[in-house]
Design a binder for this molecule. Structure first.
Ligand code: KMH
Ligand code: ZN
Length: 272
């Protein structure tokens, strides 16, 4: 089994400080959070940024500032979000790719999200994918449902996304598949062997999905974007606390955690 890559989704677009005051929203807070997560075992930071009012933003300047501040503190892989917040224009979602980050998320289908629709039209998915190719940004393919996974595999066959690709299974959003263990097994079964995958369980699914992914040989994403709780009714103290729990779980299950350099190698970031 490969070493375990831990990603932390530190901020997100929808989580608020009211839900958890430990949510990092400014570039300084994000750099501090990324540093703590790295010390706790994370090698990838999935990054959204906020404006001065704390509202979700796709501002290129704000991404640049956060990335630079994170870089000064630790060597993590920064994966920017091209998902943004529900309702964000596709132009704004694509704009930070111009910064040529090492990785970016690529959502491959539309899905209900809360009371709204997270819109990802095929032409926009393909447009973002081609931009990533042009800028040599490695996509992480975000899938919330089986249909999105099957569509992504078609994109891979057509050469629109890399072959093999790295996938993120996001389970438990409420409108895609839930975090039941059979769902993760089935998603992983659908992937060609040379593709890699990470799993993110939303809300109460975060811990069980992480444990299952460690055992199955996948990788793990945790963080306040997906879940603000440590346990039922108890808020997480920080992103790093959630990362630390995964590192400890991996140690108990005797699955070594990857360093940033090892993660980079495993995700083909050195040979894009
Ligand atoms: N904020 C969600 C609607 C991504 O980062 O690529 C989408 C999202 C996915 O967070
Ligand atoms: Zn995100």
């Amino acid at each position: 089994m490969q070493k375990l890559i831990i990603t932390c989704a530190i901020t997100g677009a929808e989580t608020t400080k009211e839900q958890n005051p430990a949510l990092p929203t400014t570039p300084d807070e994000q750099a501090e959070a990324a540093h703590e997560c790295w010390k706790a075992g994370a090698s990838i930071i999935h990054l959204h940024v906020r404006d001065d009012q704390g509202k979700a933003s796709q501002s290129v300047d704000r991404f640049k500032e956060s990335i630079e501040k994170i870089r000064k503190k630790c060597p993590v892989i920064v994966q920017i979000s091209t998902g943004g917040a529900v309702g964000e224009s596709i132009e704004n979602r694509a704009a930070p790719l111009g910064l040529r980050p090492e990785m970016a998320s690529l959502n491959t289908g539309s899905i209900n999200f809360g009371d709204e629709v997270f819109l990802n039209l095929p032409k926009d998915v393909e447009g973002l994918a081609l931009k990533m190719k042009q800028y040599k940004v490695r996509p992480e393919i975000e899938v919330y449902d089986y249909g999105m996974l099957e569509y992504s595999l078609k994109l891979m066959k057509k050469g629109i996304i890399p072959n093999p690709s790295h996938f993120q299974f996001v389970l438990g959003t409420g409108h895609g598949i839930s975090g039941e263990s059979r769902n993760l097994c089935h998603m992983a079964d659908l992937l060609p062997e040379d593709c890699s995958w990470t799993a993110a369980g939303v809300g109460r699914y975060q811990l069980p999905v992480a444990a299952q992914a460690i055992v199955m040989g996948g990788h793990v994403r945790v963080g306040l974007e997906d879940n603000v709780y440590w346990s039922k009714g108890v808020l997480a103290k920080s992103n790093a606390q959630l990362v630390q729990r995964v590192s400890e779980l991996a140690a108990t299950l005797q699955r070594p955690v990857a360093t940033v350099d090892e993660a980079r190698e495993m995700l083909c970031l050195n040979s894009k």
